[in-house]
Design a protein around this ligand. Structure first.
Ligand SMILES: Cc1ncc(COP(=O)(O)O)c(C=O)c1O
Length: 362
């Protein structure tokens, strides 16, 4: 890989062997590959966003609020609505998608980075890109965390950052709060920051790591408006943490990183957050329906608490089945785990189109 760069190009050493993030963007009728929310924003929410943006347009000659105070305060209210736990502006940082949050964490804090894989591919990528060593601890065959092995790895290798995704992407399974607590405690013992990536938390009944924050100042919860909020196109992610960690984020954020349009659109969306609960319930019902249907086709489905399913048990290779589905107008995801494919929960029509295409292939 490294010989693809010419000698004269002074590319950072840490970037030479990396591959860019590259979920295929193919415009097929049924796109079930990037865990987006399949439903468009409601007409009333679209109207609120349009009104908020129209008001903001007059002020586009001015920089936005650098500290995004109103947005962070609305996000704190939303977290309270979801969890009953009180946080203030000082506990929240917001950025352009949770990917920017994850990158900011990698930029701000020292030490090696550790994760439990397979998991979200951006965790190693953002850490390697800033020159950190990435330590990969394998998950068990059922994709759960091997707790004793994981705690021992944290104690022995003393990373600066430990990443855990729950519900996990690409497997969908969640890590119980008792395990999260032990990991937070072990991280605290070795001076590591424990980053819990909860991009899919709203689809799960599992207890969130938010409940650990008052006892563990070394915990960061990363969340996003891209999934449950159906806001992937706007790019808003946020983290909830001890105020001292939020202060560290101010050191590396670029001035005015969140545009006025982003901030006003997100604020408008947050005023409609209750509408989303019904939609989330619908996606969870579809997940249950789709899992049953896949099982009735003789496939094995990993128990998921997210808006996607990882499945196995088909005869052809993952890439062959992926390509055959593309040929039938259905885009799902080859997540580079041999024998497994991941499908995002779509609308009823998309789910049916996927099942029809799959049945005709198997
Ligand atoms: C586990 C996880 N974290 C973070 C993200 C990034 O989401 P965004 O940058 O849209 O907030 C994703 C996107 O798929 C994800 O799966």
């Amino acid at each position: 890989m490294s010989d693809r760069w010419p000698k004269w190009l002074k590319l950072n050493e840490s970037l030479k062997d990396l591959k860019p993030y590259g979920a295929p963007q193919i415009s097929l009728a049924n796109r079930l590959n990037t865990n987006e929310n399949p439903y468009q924003l409601s007409a009333s929410l679209q109207a609120s966003i349009n009104a908020a943006i129209a008001k903001e347009v007059k002020n586009l000659n001015r920089y936005p609020d650098r500290d995004a105070i109103k947005l962070r305060s609305a996000l704190a209210d939303e977290i309270k609505r979801q969890s009953g736990l009180s946080f203030g502006v000082e506990n929240i940082w917001a950025a352009n998608g949770s990917n920017e949050i994850l990158q900011s964490i990698a930029l701000a804090f020292s030490g090696d980075a550790m994760g439990f894989e397979p998991s979200y591919s951006m965790h190693p990528l953002v850490n390697r890109s800033v020159g950190k060593k990435w330590i990969s601890i394998p998950r068990q065959a059922d994709f759960s965390i091997d707790l004793p092995t994981s705690l021992k790895a944290i104690r022995d290798l003393k990373p600066g950052l430990v990443y855990l995704t729950t519900p996990n992407n690409p497997s969908g399974n969640a890590t119980p709060i008792e395990h999260l607590e032990q990991m937070a405690k072990t991280c605290q013992e070795v001076g590591a920051i424990f980053v819990v990536d909860e991009a899919y938390a709203e689809f799960s009944n599992n207890v969130s790591a938010l409940s650990l924050l008052n006892r563990f100042p070394n915990v960061i919860i990363s969340r996003t408006m891209s999934k449950a909020f159906a806001f992937a196109g706007v790019r808003v992610g946020y983290m909830i943490a001890d105020p001292i960690l939020i202060e560290a984020m101010l050191l590396i954020r670029l001035p005015y990183h969140l545009s006025s349009l982003t901030q006003s659109a997100a604020l408008a969306a947050l005023t409609h957050s209750q509408e989303l609960s019904a939609q989330i319930a619908k996606i969870i019902d579809s997940r249950k329906f789709l899992a049953k249907e896949l099982e009735s086709l003789g496939l094995i489905v990993i128990g998921s608490e997210a808006n996607f399913l990882l499945f196995t048990g088909f005869k052809e290779s993952a890439s062959e089945l992926f390509t055959k589905l593309v040929d039938k107008g259905v885009l799902i995801r080859d997540v580079s785990i041999p024998g497994y494919l991941r499908v995002t929960i779509g609308t009823e029509d998309e789910n049916k189109a996927f099942l029809k295409a799959l049945t005709s292939i198997l």
